[in-house]
Write a protein that binds this ligand. Structure first.
Ligand SMILES: Cc1cc2nc3c(=O)[nH]c(=O)nc-3n(C[C@H](O)[C@H](O)[C@H](O)COP(=O)(O)OP(=O)(O)OC[C@H]3O[C@@H](n4cnc5c(N)ncnc54)[C@H](O)[C@@H]3O)c2cc1C
Length: 397
């Protein structure tokens, strides 16, 4: 039987960062994933400044920045007007590009096994990791970083508490100026004008030469509006965000339109000897809140910098030892922040009560004031607001 100090199940963002950190720290690590290369998948496509700060602590920020496109400057728009132009702190890259860049940093000492973990037999001393092809690996610790794939956790008796089913939907596509050439803005976040649009915002950011768009909304996965969007993306986007064209000019949705809905869940019954869950394997967060990778980076940074060194330098691997990771104050604060932000953003985006309306207005005023202050300080050029065009078709819902 193959033996290791640590087995990592899953080489997505969380598992690949963990494998790099632990391999660099000199541990004997086996990394298991069904694919030698991460395939194109619609997930996080940009890293912001706060996330980058946590990623720095993993030693992998440079590797991600090397394959990402900085936005340089970012505009913020509400109610058909650009309110702020601020220094950009976002790095855009396709998810698979980011993961494969991190995989490229994994030291040669880490053994990669192309396979699927089917079950883990746990004990206070050694874990027996069973692969789908029958191979078994013995290890003191197993890190489960297998993302949304619930089968392995289920086999281990771990359950999922769904805190918000169909919480949000994300649509990804490229956007091009209708007349050709390039857009005049470097990057833009444009919030929806009306709660009836069931939309939080659209974020436009460069990835290489392309202008990438992520549209975040709140609809059920079987909502006919999503089919409408796939069939006529440019017209449906225009109807959904009528102010956008006035800000960025005539545009066309280009390339493949990808749609992905997400449930917010947290895993329960996770305190098991010798097994620890990180990233989406532990809990999901709302893409609109942009906190998924913050959670991944925080989990892996705390696990690999703080907990694993302590666990492996002391005898045994009992459940009480593992519980210290889930009770880590930095991780707990991050989890609480992610879930609170997910709910607050949904409420302020589509809430129809007076409180939600007041919060939207406060945000509008706050961003307007910040924009004016930047103009006064000379850090934001004055923006002439083009006249808003009339909406072409009506929005469903
Ligand atoms: C549409 C969408 C948009 C998003 N946008 C943002 C955003 O703008 N900002 C943000 O911060 N976050 C965003 N997120 C969240 C973020 O992408 C995730 O939190 C993050 O990708 C989770 O990484 P992970 O490593 O936990 O899982 P993954 O990257 O999914 O990795 C899981 C890995 O496990 C492997 N695996 C699966 N089963 C097994 C098994 N049995 N054995 C071995 N390996 C296995 C898979 O092959 C995969 O390589 C978004 C998510 C979605 C869905």
């Amino acid at each position: 039987m193959r033996e290791a100090e640590i087995v990592i199940a899953g080489a997505g963002l969380a598992g690949s960062i963990a494998a790099t950190m632990l391999g660099r720290a000199g541990y004997h690590v086996v990394l298991v994933d069904p694919r030698p290369e991460y395939r194109p998948e619609f997930r996080c496509e940009k890293i912001d400044g706060r996330q980058m700060q946590v990623l720095e602590k993993t030693g992998l920020a440079d590797a991600v920045r090397a394959v990402a496109t900085p936005d340089g400057m970012s505009w913020v728009a509400r109610k058909g007007r650009v309110l702020e132009k601020r220094k950009g702190d976002q790095w855009g890259a396709r998810y698979e590009t980011m993961v494969n860049a991190v995989r490229g940093e994994i030291p040669d000492s880490v053994e990669f096994v192309c396979g699927k973990v089917a079950d883990i037999e746990t004990s206070d001393e050694m874990q027996r990791v069973k692969l789908a092809d029958g191979e078994e690996i013995a290890a003191r610790l197993t890190i489960v970083a297998n993302g949304l794939n619930f089968g392995l956790r289920e086999a281990m008796g771990i359950t999922r508490e769904i805190m918000s089913p169909n919480h949000s939907v994300t649509i990804g596509f490229d956007l091009e100026p209708a007349e050709g050439g390039a857009f005049s803005f470097p990057a833009l976040t444009c919030y929806a004008d009306r709660p009836e649009a069931r939309t939080s915002y659209i974020t436009l950011f460069p990835i290489g030469a392309a202008m990438r768009a992520n549209l975040f909304l709140y609809r059920d996965a079987d909502d006919p509006w999503l089919t409408e969007f796939r069939n006529a993306p440019t017209e449906t986007l225009h109807a959904n965000m009528p102010g956008l064209r006035g800000i960025i000019g005539d545009y066309t949705v280009a390339g493949r339109v990808v749609t992905r809905g997400i449930d917010l869940y947290v895993s329960r019954g996770v305190e098991k000897p010798g097994v620890v869950l990180v990233g989406d394997a532990y809990s999901t967060s709302c893409p609109a809140a942009g906190t998924g990778t913050l959670k991944v980076f925080t989990d892996v940074e705390r696990l690999c910098n703080v907990h694993v060194p302590h666990w492996l330098s002391t005898p045994g691997m009992a459940a009480e030892k593992i519980a210290a990771f889930y009770a880590d104050p930095v991780k707990m604060e991050c989890e609480a922040h992610c879930i609170a932000k997910a709910h607050a953003l949904k409420e302020v985006s589509i809430g129809t009560g007076p409180m939600a309306a007041a919060r939207r207005q406060i945000k509008f005023v706050g961003q307007s004031c910040r924009g004016v202050l930047r103009q006064l300080r000379g850090t934001q050029p004055v923006q002439t607001v083009p006249e808003m065009p009339k909406a072409g078709i009506s929005t469903a819902g």
